[in-house]
Design a protein around this ligand. Structure first.
Ligand SMILES: [Zn+2]
Ligand SMILES: [Zn+2]
Length: 156
């Protein structure tokens, strides 16, 4: 809960700063989804990418080298990618409870992962897969490993 609140405060501050910066840009771009031509809003783009600095965010927004897509098209794109994964490896097993998971279930539990990260985990046999955080924690508690090291260790 606390983390969520902090994120919201960070986002809010960034929105305020972004408003100011946009006012000072003469040729601020109107962007459209490259797929469906829906008009895009830089504040939505910001809230999906809170970790980026405002400078970098604006640089991306203003460049002709990058194409943007709206949330809907992004979702569809992700579904298509997942279908491709599913054709190659349809299930993996949770390292803790031994439940079979398909890529759709896995990506739902880990929806914060980018498609590239999902891909590298799903196709790496040495990378452990868990149903959810509960299985992950239980697995590492049993082995007596502190949660802060989980990310590093689960790659081995
Ligand atoms: Zn679109
Ligand atoms: Zn499990």
């Amino acid at each position: 809960m606390l983390i969520k609140k902090l994120n919201n405060a960070t986002l809010w501050n960034k929105i305020q700063k972004l408003r100011e910066i946009i006012k000072s840009i003469d040729n601020f771009k109107q962007r459209k989804c490259w797929n469906c031509s829906k008009e895009l809003n830089i504040y939505d783009f910001l809230s999906d990418n809170v970790d980026l600095t405002l400078e970098y965010l604006i640089k991306l927004w203003q460049t002709d080298l990058v194409e943007f897509h709206c949330c809907e098209c992004f979702k569809n794109l992700k579904i298509k990618e997942l279908e491709k994964f599913n054709m190659q490896i349809d299930t993996r097993t949770c390292s803790f409870c031994k439940k079979q998971l398909n890529i759709y279930e896995y990506s739902k539990y880990y929806n914060y992962l980018k498609i590239g990260e999902l891909k590298s985990i799903w196709f790496d046999e040495n990378h452990k897969i868990f149903c959810d955080k509960i299985c992950l924690r239980k697995f590492y508690n049993i082995k007596g490993i502190s949660p802060t090291r989980i990310k590093k260790i689960s790659k081995n």
